[in-house]
Design a protein around this ligand. Structure first.
Ligand code: SAM
Length: 336
């Protein structure tokens, strides 16, 4: 079991160089997914990792990450709700001294799992949904059922999470006309919508002509938004937010991984489902912490995290997902 609570914790307010250690981590519970979005993976069954961490190994991994200074955890994948122990993983993580515990999902299994996840201690949830048109949804996801996902979102709204967000990747000539509809759908339910440029990594690498720059998305929504410069929120990732014109409590986020990068100050580490520590989404660098996680050795994980962090590209000069090297990265393997 964890000896974590006997240790002095790093101060919550980061006065030191923010990049000196990772503060936020995304854990890819599984690289498997039951959808195959066109910009993410070639099909539903492409080359799965051979080994994946189990519940105890994830608990050790998380405890080691907290020792190393991590304060915010998001579960992702692949599709994290396909992991058979996802509720128990949340329960174990909720016992750690974290400032945030969140999860990103395609919502195919959320109708059943929203309440158990909330009860287990999950605080915030993000659902990926690119369209409200059933046919388009099936095409974009290679076979997904829109109604199942909408039922999942309803369940999330009813479960009482601190925040529900919606992520929509915008593709020119596909769903770019749907921005106002998605905005209204989200705002009507108290959900925070976020529109993402398609990143030119993995399957997205061939989609340069489909990119809709965040500035254009914003212009398309201008009549609903205040005319102010979008702002980033402290400890809330790369999105820049703009408030609604008619109600200052509502906002919409834009994520510009392609027209602009946000590597400067990035404090994010990723852990893939086989226990590899990945310091950057746009490189294939990584360090395996699998053995330490399986052996229950959180002290070793702390050491490995600091080793892996040395591989993080310099945020001043590195251009993230716009670098040539990013095209060879598999977002499904690293975890989105
Ligand atoms: N399966 C979960 C889901 O659908 O939310 C979690 C994993 S998924 C890889 C996480 C997010 O990455 C999703 O919102 C997805 O749309 C986004 N994503 C995947 N490939 C992308 C790309 N090439 N460009 C932009 N976003 C991408």
């Amino acid at each position: 079991m964890s000896t974590l609570f006997h240790l002095p914790l790093a101060p919550a307010s980061a006065t030191r160089d923010e990049r000196a250690q990772p503060r936020a981590v995304r854990l890819s519970l599984t690289d498997r997914c039951d959808l195959a979005c066109l910009y993410c993976r070639p099909n539903r069954h492409d080359g799965y990792l051979e080994r994946r961490l189990d519940l105890d190994a994830w608990a050790t991994m998380a405890a080691g990450l907290v020792r190393a200074g991590v304060r915010r955890v998001r579960l992702t994948g692949g599709e994290p709700l396909l992991h058979r122990d996802v509720v128990q993983v949340i329960e174990r993580l909720a016992a750690l001294p974290l400032e945030d515990l969140a999860l990103t999902t395609n919502a195919t299994r959320l109708a059943k799992l929203a309440r158990p996840l909330r009860d287990a201690g999950l605080r915030r949830i993000t659902v990926s949904l690119d369209t409200l048109d059933a046919e388009r949804f099936a095409r974009l996801t290679r076979g997904g059922d829109l109604d199942t996902v909408l039922a999942g979102i309803d369940a999330a709204c009813a479960a009482g999470f601190d925040e529900v967000k919606l992520n929509a990747v915008v593709l020119r000539g596909e769903n770019d006309e749907e921005l106002p509809e998605l905005l209204r759908y989200a705002w009507d339910r108290g959900i925070v919508p976020r529109f993402l440029e398609v990143m030119l990594i993995g399957e997205g690498a061939t989609m340069r002509d489909r990119v809709v720059p965040a500035a254009e998305m914003r212009a398309r929504l201008a009549e609903w938004l205040v005319d102010e410069t979008p702002v980033r929120e402290q400890d809330r990732g790369p999105a820049r937010y703009v408030r609604a014109r008619h109600d200052a409590r509502l906002k919409v986020g834009f994520i510009s991984g392609t027209s602009d990068t946000y590597c400067k100050g990035c404090d994010r580490l990723r852990v893939s489902s086989d226990g590899t520590l990945r310091p950057c989404l746009a490189t294939n660098d990584g360090l395996s912490a699998e053995d330490a996680a399986r052996a229950g050795d959180e002290i070793r994980i702390d050491t490995l995290v600091h080793e892996a962090w040395k591989m993080k590209p310099d945020g001043e000069t590195f251009r993230g997902c716009t670098e040539e090297s990013a095209a060879s990265v598999s977002i499904r393997a690293i975890g989105g």
